[in-house]
Design a protein around this ligand. Structure first.
Ligand code: APR
Length: 258
């Protein structure tokens, strides 16, 4: 079947659906130049395995090293702008007000594009909190109000003195329960889940399309490569999200009801 026909079929499913939900991963931000964990490291950082730096154990052993790693990631993410895929998802809100977007990404490109209902499973790279959550969970810290020696030190919690950490979920940590519960319940109620740019191998996010399928919903996937989700996808649109998502949204205006 041609990609045009698949886009038509996807648009027909979306047009007919009542409760839609979107699941995104690193692939949706790829065309904005946001590097994934696996391709983030060069220069000084090339000697480190990022999956080992993004752990509570690494932070306990060397908080300054992990803090500097996140400062580096923030720096390379700073110029990133939403791409046509983020914008197409935001445009879908005219048809589905408050369209929920469950994301594994820690950037804020969905918000920048104008999406209003983001369920964050892995936190937000530009937010920080007390590593002990000493004032309750979470204890947000605005580091712009703190002073420290950037070359030799890192910020510490103004309440308890423990190191400040990025408010992201590290490997081996629990996901925020309220966000995860909401993601599961949205997945169970959705008649269409649109999955964009995730390898579908990191649990529990990778379970969500299966929840939709088991409850009788349909799964549409956009990804240039086969992923862990592809076997359960009713429609796989093979290609880049920045190319295909705007075409799906444009096709909604002309699509026949499924
Ligand atoms: N459009 C759509 N998808 C794309 C594009 C693109 N332009 N380019 C790449 N992809 C796809 C890849 O084929 C791959 O399947 O995006 C997916 C990215 O996979 P991962 O890098 O594994 O990202 P993700 O699935 O979000 O990873 C989940 O793992 O790295 C940790 O905590 C991190 O949140 C992340 C989690």
């Amino acid at each position: 079947m041609s990609i045009e026909q698949r886009i038509e079929n996807a648009a027909a499913l979306i047009k007919a659906c009542q409760r839609m939900v979107v699941l995104t991963g690193a692939g949706v931000s790829k065309e904005s130049g946001v590097p994934t964990f696996r391709d983030a490291l060069d220069g000084l950082w090339a000697q480190y395995d990022p999956q080992r730096l993004a752990t509570p154990q690494a932070f306990a052993a060397n908080p300054k090293l992990v803090w500097d790693f996140y400062e580096y990631r923030r720096e390379i993410m700073r110029p990133a702008q939403p791409n046509p895929a983020h914008r197409a998802l935001a445009a879908l809100e005219t048809r589905f007000p408050g369209l929920p977007i469950i994301t594994q990404n820690v950037d804020d490109l969905h918000e920048q594009a104008g999406s209003t209902n983001i369920i964050r499973l892995h936190g937000k790279i530009n937010a920080n909190r007390c590593s002990k959550n000493c004032q309750g969970s979470p204890t947000p810290i605005d580091v712009t109000t703190l002073e420290w020696d950037h070359a030799h030190d890192m910020p510490h919690c103004p309440y308890c003195g423990h190191p400040v950490r990025p408010d992201v979920v590290w490997f081996g940590e629990m996901l925020p329960l309220d966000q995860l519960d909401e993601a599961k319940s949205l997945s169970a109620r959705a008649d269409v889940m649109l999955v964009v740019g995730t390898s579908g191998v990191v649990v529990p996010a990778s379970d969500l399309p299966h929840i939709t399928k088991r409850a009788g919903g349909k799964v549409i996937e956009i990804n240039p490569s086969e992923s862990g989700i592809t076997p359960v996808a009713d429609i796989w649109l093979q290609g880049a999200a920045g190319d295909l998502l705007p075409r799906v949204v444009a096709a909604l205006d002309t699509a026949q009801d499924a």
